[in-house]
Design a protein around this ligand. Structure first.
Ligand code: MN
Length: 231
């Protein structure tokens, strides 16, 4: 096969404890999936889950022990952090029931759903797509994937984010409105999941702005941590 230009390299995330990497297919994100975050965004109650996507090459892949760099994006004056549990799909499928969802999970990672909040807000007001607010270049920093068998009790893990050493977000994965299995059930009813898909499962309360020079430090119990500097 020849191409009219050199095709882009496969986007891949390192896996804890092995040399082989996790090749990324798509990035799905769950919107407003913690009650206290939904409230801080002006919503209440349990609404059906909804999803948006980021391009796979929006990932900023950061290895264990390293501090990654995320360029401050264009057009925004309000870049927000959203710390999230990322579920890595190892076995595809459609119409996956919640009861079978965990069979499709390869592992988990700590991720940041970085958001141009001002642009997202304008798009919401106009009823337009969120892509410019959510799917921009470098909008998805991620740490290494921990295989599910080594990740411990992710369902009950604590999730937290510090910025410059100060706590910004702290919650527990069990507070997800639509839990991991239910999110996979709903998502796989709308799209056929493939090995290599990543699911950003939603952020807890405490989202706020970062500026150039800030260092974000995300942690989820049992998973490899994520450190990213805004540059
Ligand atoms: Mn999010």
């Amino acid at each position: 096969m020849s191409y009219v230009f050199t095709p882009p390299a496969t986007v891949a995330v390192p896996v804890v404890g092995q040399a082989a990497q996790f090749a990324v297919h798509r990035i799905y994100c769950v919107g407003r999936n913690y009650e206290e975050h939904a409230k801080e965004m002006g919503f209440t109650g349990r609404e059906p889950p909804f999803f948006f996507l980021k391009p796979a090459d929006a990932l900023v892949v950061v290895n264990t022990g390293e501090t990654g760099s995320m360029p401050y994006p264009s057009l925004t004056k309000n870049l927000h952090h959203e710390i999230e549990l990322v579920v890595a799909i190892g076995k595809g499928g459609k119409n996956i029931s919640a009861a079978h969802a965990f069979e499709h999970i390869y592992g988990y990672a700590v991720g940041l759903d970085m958001t141009r909040r001002d642009l997202q807000g304008e798009m919401k007001k106009l009823g337009r797509p969120w892509s410019i607010g959510k799917g921009f270049d470098h909008s998805a920093p991620i740490g290494p994937i921990t295989p599910a068998a080594q990740a411990g009790d992710v369902v009950n893990a604590e999730i937290l984010l510090h910025v410059n050493g100060q706590e910004r977000q702290r919650s527990h994965i069990h507070k997800l409105i639509w839990n991991i299995a239910e999110s996979i059930e709903h998502l796989s009813a709308a799209w056929e999941l493939q090995p290599g898909d990543l699911i950003f499962t939603g952020t807890p309360e405490g989202v706020a702005a970062v500026v150039s020079g800030d260092v974000m430090h995300g942690q989820i119990t049992g998973l490899s941590e994520l450190k990213v500097k805004v540059v």
